[in-house]
Design a protein around this ligand. Structure first.
Ligand SMILES: Cc1ncc(COP(=O)(O)O)c(C=O)c1O
Length: 404
């Protein structure tokens, strides 16, 4: 369809495609669909009773403040609290000046791009990765670095950095999710974490560390964040409340070097003046009343059981030629089909039978990954997961038989 305004749009917006994942979510928003697609939290985990009480208390006693603007950096007392909290819980040594409240980590990503990128700067991202396109909107070029079951392959990143240097191309950022990466569920090993930080010093780039799922660890040891290992202020750390409280609150925080935070604050002033003040007060109270710790524990038990259930049903129903990983945390497992198979074709057939997932290709900036799919266990119930994987297994078997 031709667009009446096409002459008036910016070049930046013209070259950006809509998020394929969000578009799929729109297409499958029918009640009869069992969705393994969206990486959304299960609403049953939302802390409704606690939130209700906190909101009422805030509006009864503190309405003059909570319904007011806040500073662009975020509520000073909350930033102070977070700086103490992250010291105790994650061994990250920051002061309130290192912290900025944002409208979700999505805004943190955008602010990082806005603050740091010029057209043609290079950003290295996982192949596959979440947030495809977040940096190209600023004219940056994304380079894909393959991800295996231990996360981004840092030796390949090192080679890429060398070859880009030879071409005089400036790598400004590496975007990475070390814990239970979306979409692969992979966890970056400690050796790779340390090597990545060394490379950042050697090649003078910054790292955007996105850690929305870090609290949801179901097995194995908790690895230190890049930020906690970051001796030379290379890391911009994004920490979202979406997966442990609720995404609707649209609140997250960034921890980074003070000067970078300052620039991000200036950029933010023109976007929304300040993050949602009511949300900040709610979250702050939620922390202070000690609810967060128990919420995280509850969520771990809840989602671990769903993860285990989905892995069992995959074993039960899905043919042996197909492989998937066992994520140590987070919301998703990643499935690799034989090379000749096309996950998008399977998706259309699955939707006809009221089952949805995300075909992997939109996560690959080089348009590969046609034989991959992301399955989220977060939102559906166990009987729904059983039905969905059974249908999927049947479709995959038919496809395999057809190609024999
Ligand atoms: C890896 C990753 N980063 C960021 C986000 C968005 O987080 P927020 O709701 O804080 O914007 C998501 C949401 O699914 C995600 O998977």
């Amino acid at each position: 369809m031709s667009d009446t305004y096409s002459d008036l749009y910016s070049d930046n917006i013209k070259q950006i495609k809509a998020s394929a994942i969000r578009e799929i979510c729109k297409l499958i928003a029918r009640p009869e669909i069992i969705s393994l697609a969206g990486g959304w939290p299960d609403p049953h985990t939302f802390p409704v009773t606690e939130a209700n009480k906190i909101i009422n208390d805030l509006l009864d006693h503190n309405w003059k403040y909570v319904l007011q603007y806040s500073t662009s950096e975020g509520l000073p007392e909350f930033r102070f609290y977070l700086s103490q909290w992250v010291k105790t819980h994650e061994q990250i040594d920051v002061s309130p000046d290192n912290i900025l409240l944002t409208a979700g980590s999505t805004q943190g990503m955008d602010l990082a791009g806005k603050t740091l990128l010029n057209p043609d700067d290079v950003v290295c991202v996982g192949l596959p990765t979440y947030f495809v396109g977040a940096f190209t909107i600023y004219g940056a070029r994304e380079e894909g670095i393959p991800v295996d079951c231990d996360g981004m392959q840092i030796d390949i990143l090192a080679e890429k950095l060398q070859s880009l240097k030879k071409q005089n191309r400036l790598v400004k950022l590496v975007y990475i999710q070390p814990n239970f990466q979306n979409p692969t569920g992979a966890t970056l090993t400690i050796e790779r974490r340390k090597r990545l930080l060394q490379l950042a010093d050697e090649f003078n780039f910054l790292i955007v560390e996105d850690n929305p799922y870090g609290d949801l660890l179901y097995e194995g040891e908790r690895l230190p964040s890049l930020k906690s290992l970051d001796q030379n202020q290379r890391v911009i750390y994004l920490r979202s409340f979406s997966k442990v409280f609720s995404p609707g609150i649209r609140l997250a925080w960034v921890a980074a070097e003070k000067q970078i935070i300052r620039k991000m604050v200036i950029a933010k002033q023109f976007i929304d003046a300040c993050s949602n003040n009511l949300s900040q007060y709610i979250m702050f109270e939620y922390f202070k009343r000690g609810f967060l710790e128990s919420q995280i524990k509850k969520n771990i038990t809840y989602y671990k059981s769903k993860r285990d259930f989905m892995l069992t049903t995959l074993d039960k129903y899905v043919p042996g030629e197909i492989h998937w990983n066992r994520p140590r945390g987070g919301f998703v497992s990643f499935v690799t089909l034989p090379h000749h198979m096309d996950a998008e074709e399977i998706l259309y057939k699955a939707v006809e039978q009221n089952v949805a997932f995300v075909a992997g290709r939109p996560f690959f900036i080089d348009n590969s990954g046609q034989n991959t799919m992301r399955l989220s266990f977060a939102q559906s119930t166990e009987p729904e997961i059983d039905t969905a994987i059974k249908i999927l297994g049947g479709l995959l078997q038919t496809e395999i038989d057809r190609n024999k």
